[in-house]
Design a protein around this ligand. Sequence first.
Ligand code: ADP
Ligand code: 5GP
Length: 208
Amino acid sequence: MEKKGLLIVISGFSGAGKGTIVKRLVDRFGYSLSVSCTTRAPRPGEVDGKDYHFKTKEEFENLIDYNGFIEYAQYVDNYYGTPRAFVEQEMAKGNNVILEIEVQGAMNIKNQYPEAVLMFVTAPSAAVLKERLVGRGSEDLKTVQKRMKQAVVESNSMSVYDYIVINDDLEACVDSIQGIIKAEASKSSHNAGFIEHIKRELMEIGKE
Ligand code: ADP
Ligand code: 5GP
């Protein structure tokens, strides 16, 4: 029984824990994670092709011209984009695909794929958010401040998301996201093919 994969969008304030959560979801449940392209510099330990495809501005703009992205956006001085081919191939195979992208990209995805599931991850409070962002130690204070300012802008889009997920206890948060994905996969609107299939089977068996 062919069933298209779900397109799962995870957004959230910088430092809310998206990267940590998505890694757990992929490791535990085997979801297909889209690796984005970006023009930002790699953080210590980040691997090209695994965490991001790191590109120059020229390379990125070239990909835009060739329709290589299903969405892209500028976020705090850099470009970020979702490569088209991987997402389309995985969904066609019936795999559930996770996009970890910011708010403008998420809105763009919702316009193109109305059935996409949009989740917004937040820390339990602004103070905890800042603590996590500073604690990660990957950005200088100026960048942390820019990202906290960006969070104010992003908070205006939270109500457009299908789900708000509070990342307080990490494992509880991962479990609740997994619960949402399971429920979405069971929606009748996502199972139109199966409904048709069993209807045909019932008609056939009724003829015997
Ligand atoms: P994002 O990808 O949203 O920017 P990260 O996944 O990098 O955020 O997490 C930011 C920091 O917060 C990291 O140091 C991470 O280890 C930590 N962190 C993530 N989730 C939690 C949590 N539930 N409790 C405490 N610290 C967390
Ligand atoms: P970071 O620099 O912390 O890795 O990512 C900054 C922001 O860019 C995060 O909110 C992250 O979700 C977002 N992002 C990562 N990849 C993409 C992408 O392909 N498209 C869009 N629109 N945002 C992305």
